[in-house]
Ligand binder design. Structure first.
Ligand SMILES: Nc1ncnc2c1ncn2[C@@H]1O[C@H](COP(=O)(O)OP(=O)(O)OP(=O)(O)O)[C@@H](O)[C@H]1O
Ligand SMILES: [Mg+2]
Length: 285
């Protein structure tokens, strides 16, 4: 796909995902079920966004991501789940250029974007909503959205119409300060701001965190809507079950390694995943 063509309208998407090869699962001494790279390599061919053998960390000599593989096909909604501290946010930050990739490559539409600065990635069609602090509290909803188009202010009006359709509440309350909004509404503003630049891929880090069950429902619904509007979505989630229910394909990350990838509904029913990850996560709730 040519990212200079910013139109996503009318495109059809191939949602085919690689089936999990049971034989490719390798039991690891740490109890992590690691996936043979051949599954990734077969699935990642032609993917819109891919990360190969990513090694990254915060402290010199300590790697949090240990050769992590990831891909998202055009039009896919991909979930990333895993225990606290597994490296989910770290993976998304490494993809978005917020954390230096020590080795490995990140590719967007066939172009190497490893360690590219975030604002350049935004211009190339990548959007990111962080886990926390995702709105400018002192600014109004409208001003927050204007910040979203700071690279191309002339597009504000047209993009505002697009996000107002997805998030009518935000349009109605455009003059309200973001600091006075509820957690769920702030999530909406964060997502809407990222959408102002018409991203081809949207990276969401735990959009439902800290929200009431009803607002969580809303966030999952909106994420699905954004995806249905043609945006490839990568969603990190603590709410593993809900995430797997709506995503086309999910990743289970553990100790900075890919533990497993398969269609979401398949992961929910997989006894190994339930035992190792969903059970633990459900108990932690
Ligand atoms: N800024 C930082 N400096 C040093 N270590 C960090 C930093 N951020 C995260 N880490 C460490 O990196 C590891 C992975 O953290 P990360 O935030 O990626 O986990 P996560 O899977 O997103 O967890 P959670 O579900 O709690 O959000 C953890 O051990 C964490 O302590
Ligand atoms: Mg996190």
């Amino acid at each position: 796909m040519d990212l200079s063509d910013e139109s996503t309208g009318g495109q059809t998407f191939d949602l085919t995902v690689a089936a999990v090869d049971e034989e490719a699962l390798v039991d690891d001494t740490a109890g992590v079920v690691a996936v043979d790279r051949s599954v990734h390599l077969a699935g990642a061919e032609g993917a819109l966004l891919r990360a190969d053998e990513i090694v990254a960390g915060y402290v010199p000599g300590v790697d949090i991501l240990n050769s992590t593989d990831f891909y998202a096909n055009e039009g896919e909604l991909v979930g990333i789940i895993g225990p606290n501290g597994a490296g989910k946010s770290t993976l998304v930050k490494a993809i978005f250029g917020l954390l230096k990739v020590r080795s490995g490559t990140v590719t967007l539409a066939g172009k190497n974007i490893t360690n590219t600065e975030p604002h350049r990635l935004v211009a190339r069609g990548l959007g990111y909503v962080p886990q926390t602090n995702n709105v400018f509290q002192r600014l109004t909803i409208e001003e927050n959205l204007e910040m979203g188009t700071f690279l191309r202010p002339e597009r504000f009006r047209q993009r505002f119409e697009f996000v107002a359709e997805l998030f009518p509440t935000l349009a109605q309350r455009r003059r309200q300060r973001a600091g006075s909004l509820s957690g769920g509404e702030r999530q909406m503003v964060g997502m809407a701001r990222a959408l102002m630049m018409e991203p081809h891929v949207l990276l969401l880090d735990e959009p439902s965190a800290g929200l009431s069950p009803m607002l969580q429902d809303e966030v999952f619904f909106q994420t699905k809507q954004v995806n249905a509007a043609g945006v490839t979505v990568v969603m990190v989630e603590q709410n593993a079950r809900r995430c797997l229910q709506i995503c086309d394909r999910g990743y289970v990350l553990d100790q900075g390694r890919n533990a497993y990838t398969a269609p979401g509904t398949q992961l929910i029913e997989d006894p190994k995943v339930v035992e190792l990850y969903l059970g633990t996560l459900a108990r932690a709730r």
